[in-house]
Structure formats: C-alpha cells, structure tokens
Design a protein around this ligand. Structure first.
Ligand code: MN
Length: 206
C-alpha cells in the first residue's frame, strides 16, 4: 500500500519548512476537523477531515458559506498528516505552498453515513461539523467537469438546518478573520508577532 503521505512528503523539504513530517497515526477522537486560511499565491481555505490516519484535504478558493444555495468549489489536494491540524505560521515564499497559514476553525466532524470511507470513494460525504465557528450539516460532493480528468473537483455545500443562513448579511469568512487558536490576524502570523489579545493589551500599557 505504500506511504499514505507520499505525495505530501515528495512536495516538501523538511530541512526547510516548519510544516510537520507526520508520525501520528490517529488523533484522540479519530475525527479531527480543521480549516486553515492560507494566503499562498492565491488566498484559499483548506478544509481537512481525518479519515483512516490522514487528513483528507480540499482547497476552497472562496472559503465556506453558510448559505445552502452557495455551492463552493473545493479542489482536492494531497492528504496531509494529522499534525497539520496544529500548524499555524509561515511557509517560505519559494517553497511549496509558500505564504501564511492561519487555523481558521477547528473541532471534530461526524460522518452521517455508516461507512465514510465508502461514501468518500463514491464522491459524496455527508457530515456534521462541531467546530468553534462552523457547525451543523454539510455535504462534500464530487462532480465531473471536462477540465478535471483526475476527479479532484468537489463542491462544499451547507445543508439546510438551524445553522444555515440564507442570503448572509456578513459572509462567515468575513465575520471571522482571526485565528481560532491564537486570535492573531494574518498580518500578525506573517510577522511572527502578537500571540493574542493579552499581548496586544500588554503592548499598549508598556
Ligand atoms: Mn493550501
């Protein structure tokens, strides 16, 4: 079967990047969920769901929407190691994925099918998110388009439930612009400063 993270490792030089190499085989819950805001060449949001020891990963150019009528393109990328859920920081500009990474949301996911592996392979995952910012029921659905012969194009869709918001006044990606873990802005993460509100207060009183 080989190394599950072969593609992830091939794309990175661990002597240079501070991204994790990946040794963990399972998180405590087995159902980690994270979204990382990633200011690479093009800003996007990386959705990651733990399944069978890796983080399945999709890059979402526009990020998630709470409006069930807003289907968001989610391009599947290589599986990431479980430790990646804790990664916040910068990747050198000329390295793969160079730019700033923020932990935008985090928690657990719960598949709504008995066999999530089979559902994933069929290209339709239904699940519930228990993040700090995103909750409720969501679908990830693979679709086929002419420019995608590898089957990497999926859609992330909010299901209608009490967490959905139609015609959002403020889109959720604009409502929350700080790290869910350190409260830092993208600029603070990029500069390697400001580990949250406490430090900001302290600076002012200095
Ligand atoms: Mn990314």
């Amino acid at each position: 079967m080989g190394d599950k993270l072969e593609e992830y490792k091939r794309k990175r030089n661990f002597g240079r990047t501070s991204e994790p190499r990946g040794d963990l085989e399972r998180s405590r819950s087995g159902r980690l969920y994270v979204i990382q805001k990633h200011a690479a060449r093009q800003l996007h949001y990386d959705l990651r769901l733990e399944l069978d020891g890796v983080l399945l990963s999709w890059a979402i150019p526009k990020g998630p929407s709470l409006d069930p009528s807003e289907k968001r393109l989610a391009v599947q990328v290589e599986d990431h190691p479980l430790e990646y859920a804790d990664f916040e920081g910068t990747i050198a500009e000329d390295d793969y994925g160079g730019g700033t990474v923020m932990i935008w949301d985090r928690g657990e996911w719960e598949p709504l099918e008995n066999d999530p592996r089979k559902a994933y392979e069929k290209g339709k995952l239904k699940f519930r998110l228990q993040g700090e910012r995103l909750k409720g029921r969501w679908d990830l659905v693979r679709f086929h388009s002419k420019d995608d012969d590898e089957g990497k194009n999926w859609l992330l869709i909010k299901e209608k439930d009490e967490e959905a918001r139609s015609n959002e006044e403020v889109p959720v990606v604009e409502e929350f612009t700080s790290s869910v873990v350190t409260s830092r802005s993208m600029e603070e993460i990029a500069a390697g400063t400001g580990s949250g509100k406490k430090r900001q207060k302290k600076r002012k009183s200095d």
